[in-house]
Design a binder for this molecule. Sequence first.
Ligand SMILES: [Mg+2]
Length: 390
Amino acid sequence: MKISDVRTASVRGNFEWILVRVYSDEGLTGLGECYWGAGVEAVVHRLKPLLVGEDPQNVDWLYQKMIRGMSGAGSTGGTVVAAVSGVELALWDLKARALGTPIYNLLGGRYRSRIQVYADCGKGAEPVPQAWAELAERVVAQGYAALKFDIDNIRPDLFADHEHVGTGRRRGWVRAQQQPISNKEMDLMVTLAGAVREAIGPDVDLALDCHWSYSPRDAISLARELAPLRLKWLEDPTPPDNIEALKRVTDNSPLPICSGENHYTRHGLRTMITTHAVDIVHPDIPKVGGLLEAKKIADLADLYYIPIAAHNVSSPVGTMAACHTCAGMRNFVVMEFHCLDVPWWNDLVMADGPLIREGYITLPEEPGLGLELNGDVARAHLSEGATFFE
Ligand SMILES: [Mg+2]
């Protein structure tokens, strides 16, 4: 079997989901996904000459060939690794379909038959306790036993230095510098998070995301203020560049610290793991290098007894692909679902009912990914100017 073509279809959900299809000369195809933003789809097309004519079953060799082949374009992270990841996912789907078995059987087999999902809730409609509590109750009523809220940058008028505030593309506000957390802002964060904990009770897991916003000292103070809420984790407290600063937070935090979605490949996550700079590693699987790279990261983390949670903003395609590798991670804990606000998320694939039921995704028994794309729904939501695998 030889790879004959690589094509893409960019679908606009709450993120830009770049679907990747790898074609073979035997008629079988494999479907993958990566994300997001400018350039990723173009890089997938730049990878095509490295792939055509190769045996798609040599996934690890092809991963290395793509990474090495793109080293001049910056293959240690970012757009290049995201694009490589999308191809890698499609190669696993193609190989597993050719062999007539689910992908997880090719990655060491399963530790579990279903994957727990935590629901990303974003922020309450207003920065008041009632709005945050209502949102939490609504999501728990959908069957989720684990939630995450964005606790950062809620009311920029409370920033200690609010002259240096920028508007973010999605979250509304970003700290342009490491502005300190004012006492008023800290009180609001603790009040809103407390309202969520009170609404969901002690047994639903709750994580809070800081989106790389704070200095180590402020992050430690925040963790101490939030400690009574018994969080599953506090996420990305400090900017992603300096692992020593992150480690200082982790070493001094009464709450577990989680990070990793802004890092790429084993090399990118190595120091974070080997120095215990986090309590939980949080790679984004359709972005970090793909299924086998994520498995290798999980194995490295497991040597240090560090659990894995999977960051995820993908369509059902990337989400299910990630489930196949999470199934085989000894130290896997939970995977994100970031699309509560996309009513057609589930319709993008052919499935018997919702993919996520009572907060879990059941692993399929069918070959490959175990799901098929719904072309009509994908076509209806193509990104502006995008084509459907043309
Ligand atoms: Mg995050």
